[in-house]
Ligand binder design. Structure first.
Ligand code: IMP
Ligand code: MG
Length: 181
């Protein structure tokens, strides 16, 4: 890990308030339906728990894990399924819950794979979006916050697996190298 520190970008209060709004919107949009939430591990887990509690509809949950990143802050462009879903999604109203959309590679791959399994509907909800970084087009149905091109951590997001438990969104500031004598 390079020498760095974390500065707050979005406060815990602001994140929680926004999740409450999205939950209310989803509650409205899915009237009369059961929502099958799919959490993209590990980053989406904190967001999914908070969001699920704010949705006033029957909800079922499943988890999957794909990886496009190593211990680095840059996209490798390689998407790999690390853990598949436990249950079939055919005929279900599926809502994928993701932490952040960056290049869009992970989600575009994942959504096309899920679409092939014939859900009744398939939507995407992300806590954060970095639209300026998009390489592959993805339609996002619910977005928490659009953020600039900066590396963020907290609320499920990591830097080399650390900082997922920060209750706010921070951005990583890399400290200049100290010059030796
Ligand atoms: P994409 O395929 O480039 O859209 O990458 C999406 C994935 O990269 C996310 O699910 C995150 O796991 C990771 N990622 C992208 N940007 C950040 C960031 O700023 N902080 C932490 N993880 C990130
Ligand atoms: Mg992720």
């Amino acid at each position: 890990m390079e020498k760095h520190h974390v500065e707050e970008l979005i406060s815990e209060e602001a994140v929680n308030a926004r999740i409450k709004e999205i939950g209310a919107q989803i509650t409205k949009d899915y009237e009369g339906k059961t929502i099958h939430l799919i959490c993209v591990l590990k980053g989406g887990s904190f967001f999914m728990c908070e969001l699920a509690k704010r949705i006033d509809r029957p909800v079922s949950l499943d988890f999957m894990s794909v990886s496009s990143y190593g211990g680095d802050t840059k996209s490798s462009g390689v998407v790999r399924i690390v853990k598949d879903l436990d249950e079939a999604i055919e005929g279900k109203d599926v809502l994928v819950v993701e932490d952040i959309i960056d290049s869009g590679r992970t989600l575009s791959y994942l959504l096309s794979m899920l679409r092939d399994r014939k859900p009744a509907s398939l939507k995407l909800c992300t806590l954060l979006d970095k639209p300026s970084r998009r390489v592959v087009d993805v339609t996002v149905d619910y977005t928490g916050f659009e953020i600039p091109d900066t590396f963020v951590v907290g609320y499920g997001l990591d830097y080399d697996q650390i900082y997922r438990n920060l209750p706010y969104i921070g951005h990583v500031v890399f400290d200049p190298e100290e010059k030796g004598e």
